[in-house]
Each structure stands twice: as C-alpha cells, then as structure tokens.
Design a protein around this ligand. Structure first.
Ligand SMILES: C[S@@+](CC[C@H](N)C(=O)[O-])C[C@H]1O[C@@H](n2cnc3c(N)ncnc32)[C@H](O)[C@@H]1O
Length: 214
C-alpha cells in the first residue's frame, strides 16, 4: 500500500469506519488498552489512532498522544475527544508513522492497533516506534497476521493483491513485527471471538552502553 492509497482509502472509510471495521475489531482495542492501563507508564503514543475508538478506554492518569496520516480519520478522533471531554488525550497530530516527529525515548508505551498491515514500509514504522519508546517501555501491536495453512490462508493470499482497495494487507507476516531490532516479544494472545486478531506485547530492550573510549 502506498501513502496516497492510505489517504484515499481512509477518506472513504472514515464515515463508516466505526460501524464496520471498527465495530468488528473492538476486542483488539479493549485487550490492548486494558494491558496498557494495567502495565504501562503514563505517557502513551497511539500510532494510527484512526477515529479514536480506543481513546475513551484509557484510565485516568494516562496521557495519550494520537497520530494518523488521514485527516478525515483524525477529524473524527478530534470530534470524539471534544464530545466526550477526554482530558487525558494530550494531542492528536497528522503525521506519517514512517517519520515520527518525537525525540528518542519519549514514551512509556506505544500502541499500534490494526494499523501495521496498513502502512507503507512497515519495517520503517516499526523502527520509528522503537526509537520513540523508552528502554523498558512496552509496545502493543494488535493485528491480523497471515496464517500458514488451511482455507483461510488461501483466502488471505487471494485477497493480498487488493490491498490498495481494501486498505490493509490480508497476508501480513508477524515476523515483520517480532524481528524488529530493539524489542523483544513478551507475550502473544489470540483475541476473541475466533482468534482472527492477535495481540503482541513487546518490550524495548535496553540500549547497549556506548563502547568505552581509549
Ligand atoms: C484500520 S485503521 C485502525 C485505526 C485504529 N487504530 C483502530 O484500531 O480503530 C488504520 C489507520 O492507520 C492509519 N495509517 C496508515 N498509514 C499510516 C501512516 N503511514 N502514518 C500514520 N497513520 C497511518 C490510517 O489512516 C488509519 O486511520
């Protein structure tokens, strides 16, 4: 998927997202935010925040920043923050996740829910999410990942060429996430109702000490 396709696809999805894909993926957001509420520090970055469906779920005391490339999706997130008085939302910014405009180690937790199979250059997005996460911080990546065998795997491979129309890749490989340097996989959870979506919990590994000089 290229970035122009992201823009046009999510401009089309925005008005119907909450009632369609958004409704079908509620358990992923609930499980992800429950984990962060229980285990993450207060400064949280949600990458690909979309219409902000997860924003009301955060516990008081968290400070959540959301970024998204689509102006249409972000406008809906901003309207939700306003309508529901979500004072824990520190900001919503239009941004390409391939170049996050935050200093290194800015956040205690980074969340990417139903977005890593959508972005162009997901390896670059993963590297950026690791960069802005502090050592010891947690990352949650909730997504559908490719199956290797069975009828569903064949359907996923059949749908793969339609990524630009659908708005996501149906055959996305989990190793793109788990193989990213600088993070370690802590836990994998299959999500209800049928394990279609998976929650990956990862932890930022300590930055290697600088080599001694002299
Ligand atoms: C399927 S929606 C998921 C939204 C939300 N996380 C949720 O769970 O409902 C994927 C989102 O990723 C955003 N996105 C795609 N590519 C992006 C990029 N390069 N930078 C930032 N956001 C991007 C899209 O605009 C869209 O809002």
């Amino acid at each position: 998927m290229d970035i122009d396709a992201v823009k046009s696809s999510y401009a089309r999805w925005a008005p119907i997202y909450d009632r369609t894909f958004g409704a079908a993926t509620r358990s992923g957001r609930t499980a992800s935010v429950e984990f962060m509420n229980a285990e993450a520090g207060p400064e949280i970055l949600e990458v690909g925040v979309g219409t902000g469906l997860a924003l009301p779920l955060y516990a008081p005391g968290k400070r959540v920043t959301g970024v998204d490339y689509s102006d249409e999706m972000l406008a809906r997130a901003a309207a939700r923050v306003e309508a529901e008085g979500l004072t824990h939302v520190a900001g919503l910014r239009q941004m390409d996740a391939r170049e996050l405009d935050f200093p290194d180690a800015s956040f205690d937790a980074v969340a990417a829910m139903h977005m890593i199979s959508v972005v162009p250059e997901p390896e670059r997005v993963m590297a950026e999410m690791v960069r802005v996460l502090r050592p010891g911080g947690v990352m949650v990546v909730t997504n559908h990942f490719a199956r290797e065998t069975g009828g569903l795997a064949r359907i996923e491979r059949f749908m793969a060429p339609f990524a630009n129309v659908l708005g996501w890749h149906s055959d996305f490989d989990k190793s793109v996430v788990t193989g990213t340097p600088g993070i370690a996989l802590r836990e994998t959870r299959a999500l209800p109702p049928v394990g279609m979506m998976t929650l990956l919990i990862l932890e930022r590994t300590p930055v290697a000490a600088a080599a001694a000089v002299g």
